[in-house]
Ligand binder design. Structure first.
Ligand code: SF4
Ligand code: SF4
Ligand code: SF4
Length: 259
């Protein structure tokens, strides 16, 4: 019997699903599964019992929350796909300003039939079994996850930073050598240090390394030594790390005697 899967999108840009849909081998791979729900690819389908649910996007509205809970009730395993689902994503990034004010500025007096809030990761609402990081995830990782599930196994998540891949590729360190604000040391690997490979500092799009080992404080200290201000460091780290527990505290610690 083929494994049943569902692919879902909460509030997001749908880029992770698009990435899945664009994989050259996806039709071949899909033959090994029964896809019972994929709203982006087909308007047919109801949320029903599946072996694995892949969920993209973060929880921004009540409807997201209800849908996520229904998906969870009906799935033996749930995979959070992409930075939005795992960490809240860019919609989890509000730089300290008043959310209500920003909402009003964007939507004005328009009639919106839902109340929105800052994007939150899935794990704040339901149990998440696996995380497939990226913004969006890399093709090879999507295929790896599907392949391991397909043979009745489970994927092993990376627990080391982009720096490890950067060193392995033999790229020069643009943080140490050029003082560029690279977030590679706190960002989970998997992209083969794509940006440093083009001489561009990592912005942390894959999200912080798991298991509480993203040492933002240590990196903030290095950034500070390179002449970056507290505000700049905070804003840069918050783009994909805003929902990281103790991020503020870690940055404050580095600057505590200066304010
Ligand atoms: S993780 Fe990135 S690509 Fe995926 S839905 Fe969120 S913003 Fe889009
Ligand atoms: S360039 Fe960035 S990713 Fe590469 S080793 Fe330096 S800090 Fe790490
Ligand atoms: S280097 Fe950083 S910003 Fe670039 S793709 Fe990798 S994780 Fe994302």
């Amino acid at each position: 019997m083929r494994m049943k899967i569902g692919i879902h999108g909460l509030t997001s840009c749908y880029g992770c699903q698009l990435k899945m849909a664009c994989i050259e081998e996806i039709l071949e791979v899909a033959k090994n599964f029964e896809i019972v729900y994929w709203n982006m690819a087909s308007s047919k389908g109801e949320i029903e019992k599946v072996d694995i649910a892949f969920v993209e996007g973060s929880v921004v509205t009540e409807r997201d929350e209800e849908e996520l809970k229904l998906i969870r009730e009906n799935a033996d395993a749930l995979v959070a796909v992409g930075s939005c689902a795992i960490h809240g994503g860019v919609q989890g990034m509000i730089f300290g300003e008043d959310y209500e004010e920003i909402f009003r500025e964007v939507y004005g007096d328009s009639l919106i039939d839902y109340e929105a809030k800052i994007g939150e990761p899935l794990r704040k609402y339901v149990e998440v079994d696996y995380c497939l990081p990226g913004c969006p995830p890399e093709e090879h990782e999507i295929l790896y996850y599907l392949a391991t599930f397909g043979i009745g196994s489970y994927p092993e998540e990376k627990d080391y930073p982009v720096c490890a891949e950067c060193r392995r590729q033999g790229y020069p360190c643009i943080l140490i050598e050029k003082g560029m604000p690279c977030l590679g040391p706190v960002t989970v690997a998997g992209c083969n240090a794509k940006c440093p490979g083009f001489n561009v500092a990592c912005i942390g799009c894959r999200g912080p390394v798991p298991h509480g080992t993203a040492w933002f404080d240590s990196l903030a200290r290095t950034f500070k030594e390179k002449g970056m201000s507290k505000e700049y460091i905070k804003r840069r780290m918050e783009i994909f790390g805003k929902q990281y527990e103790k991020l503020d505290e870690m940055i404050e610690k580095v600057f505590e005697n200066e304010d």
